[in-house]
Design a binder for this molecule. Structure first.
Ligand code: MG
Length: 255
């Protein structure tokens, strides 16, 4: 079911968006060579507690997950790109880290993701991150009344294809509201002018993620972490946005 939010409800969603942005900013700043993924999760956990927010991940147990997630933030390193389960791993120079975080504040959810390199970056990794960011910007720019979901999808995939990247459509964006995942699904590839018409009040997460040299993934033995089929690295950029009469509003914008 597609739920449309009133302008008042969209205003009520802003604290969740701001909080998710704050956590990603703090965890990104803490991520460095020699820092353990479990410490990053602990930092996010502390912030959730201090804010009186609710984690969307701790008890998350969808059909594709082997067990409840049990952590509050996704930490995907190098060939891991989505759903990275924090584990005892100490970040090394040049690691590509993708952080995905969702929380509920005052009963409203926001969801956002960012990729960074710790220590000395490889040029190709910076470029991959930049492509996911540009694809996200293009997707957000297409999230306008009168367009359709396919316009968002096509805008994302156009950026990927221009950069010579292929797109996986198994995991993509989604409706966001009282819960983390709702309708509609926002694939990262599609045809312009197709799919659900975008109306004011639609709140969605848009989340392009790409891998260097494949679009195939497999699930790690931990039952959660999704890794590239060929070992190449991945990057991920995500914002929760509201479609409004005045254009797209990014609820999870970071300073
Ligand atoms: Mg997310």
């Amino acid at each position: 079911m597609i739920e449309l939010r009133t302008p008042t409800e969209i205003e009520q969603m802003r604290p969740a968006g701001r909080f998710v942005a704050e956590v990603l900013t703090a965890v990104t700043a803490a991520a460095d060579v020699g820092v353990n993924l479990l410490d990053l999760d602990a930092l996010a956990h502390r912030m959730v507690k201090d804010r009186g927010a609710e984690s969307c991940y701790v008890d998350y147990h969808p059909s594709f997950g082997a067990m409840p997630f049990g952590k509050v933030i996704c930490t995907s390193v190098n060939d891991a790109v989505l759903h990275g389960l924090p584990h005892d791993y100490t970040l090394r120079d040049g690691d590509l880290l993708s952080l995905d975080f969702a929380a509920s504040v005052d009963g409203w959810v926001a969801d956002s993701a960012v990729s960074v390199v710790v220590g000395t970056p490889r040029e190709e990794d910076l470029r991959l991150i930049e492509v996911t960011r540009r694809a996200l910007d293009a997707g957000i720019d297409a999230a306008r009344t009168g367009n359709r979901v396919g316009d968002i999808s096509a805008a994302i995939s156009a950026v990927a294809h221009d950069a010579g990247l292929s797109v996986n459509t198994d995991f993509g964006g989604h409706g966001v509201g009282r819960t983390m995942h709702g309708d509609p699904h926002i694939p990262n590839d599609g045809r312009p002018g197709r799919g659900l018409p975008l109306k004011p009040g639609l709140v969605i997460a848009i989340e392009p993620w790409f891998l260097h040299t494949t679009n195939e993934i497999y699930t790690d033995r931990d039952g959660w972490t999704l890794r590239s089929a060929d070992g190449s690295r991945g990057a991920h950029s995500e914002h929760t946005i509201a479609v409004t009469d005045a254009g797209p509003v990014v609820l999870t914008a970071r300073d």
